[in-house]
Design a protein around this ligand. Sequence first.
Ligand code: IFM
Length: 441
Amino acid sequence: MLSRFDFPPGFLFGAATAAYQIEGTRFGGCGPSHWDSFAATPGNVVRAEDGAVTCDHYHRWPQDLDLLKAANMDAYRFSTSWTRVMPDGRTVNPEGLAFYDRLVDGMLERGLKPFQTLYHWDLPSALADLGGWTNRDVASWFADYAEAITRKIGDRVETVATINEPWCVAWLSHFMGIHAPGHRDIRSAARAMHHVLLAHGTAMERLRGMGQQNLGIVLNFDHTDAATDAPADVAAAALWDGIFNRWFIEGITKGTYPEQVLAGLAPHMPANWQDDMGTIGQPLDWLGVNYYTRHTVAHAPGTPWPAIRDLPGTLPKTQMGWEIYPDGLQSFLTRMERDYVGNLPLYVTENGMANADQLTDGAVTDQIREDYLFAHLAATKRAIEAGANVKGFFYWSLLDNYEWAEGYEKRFGLVHVDFTSLERTPKSSYHALARALARND
Ligand code: IFM
């Protein structure tokens, strides 16, 4: 069994969460976000559940930080909520700032390094009303929010990530319609695919101008295989890889978007988008890699661009129906190093699995999660041995929480949450990780 001593000195272990998924929006003067209205629209979210209370982390954060510390973790990846800091998207809520001030101090008191994410999907409704990610002005709105929260806590956070998973912000939410705002529109999608990176670059410039250090972004990657060797399937896999895995990293590090993807999106892109690539290409101080699964795709004859269909795949699957494929993590970490960022520090900012965990006699046995976690830690170790400069690993997630369109049904936590009593129960995977992370001192 791996332990922290199998990783380079200083390697950080932690867990990740996001504001909307754990805090509870009913508290502390938080404003409405597009997730509230998306969830309130029948058919979008399982049982139309929302983040009004979720894990009540807003009040129970000391207990949650204690759980991280008791698991011997070094760092905590959390997000600050735009709607809590600026309920109407533009006016600062002092109560919201004060919450994150307490939270960051609470981490430091427990020896946990704060890894902040500025945007993990809770776009203020007032800005959604103005077109949200399809409106170019989102870049300056986002930079204003980034500046406001950084003035409050920037002196104490270890790292700042601008955006979590731009693919989800843009494609999943504006082309596939699965996440808020639920658009299924190629023009909206093309704009969001570009504006999300413009917002990233604009915020990077703003924060760097304020002297903030350790700035990065968190991208998600899914390993993609072609269903067969047929040229049409191979091309479909390459296109999916372009949309999912290459668009964002190439926009940032190469100043271009993949040609196969532009072949479909170019007519729908905002005018003169090429002029923004300099802003988008702000140098990163580190890159976050979120990795969960593999896709097997094939050409979908007779359907419009991108004409791709997803096949079920043959590997064992998680409660999300996602295949378990640890080698994909190793391959993305080495691919980032080889093709895009060289020796830049990399963090595995999310990796984890949903499981239909059962609380029995006050305990949860989730051997399958323990196996998943340690297999992905081993993949990370192999990537380091192959030369990738990986500096840390964050399990998704500390707590069972609001899994977006899946509501509360899918449990990703190391810690079980009873969503009626809000009681927390560490699972066996939590205890296994705590043992692996024990220090000598
Ligand atoms: O819960 C999400 C998280 O918000 C972003 N990354 C993937 C997780 C599991 O779906």
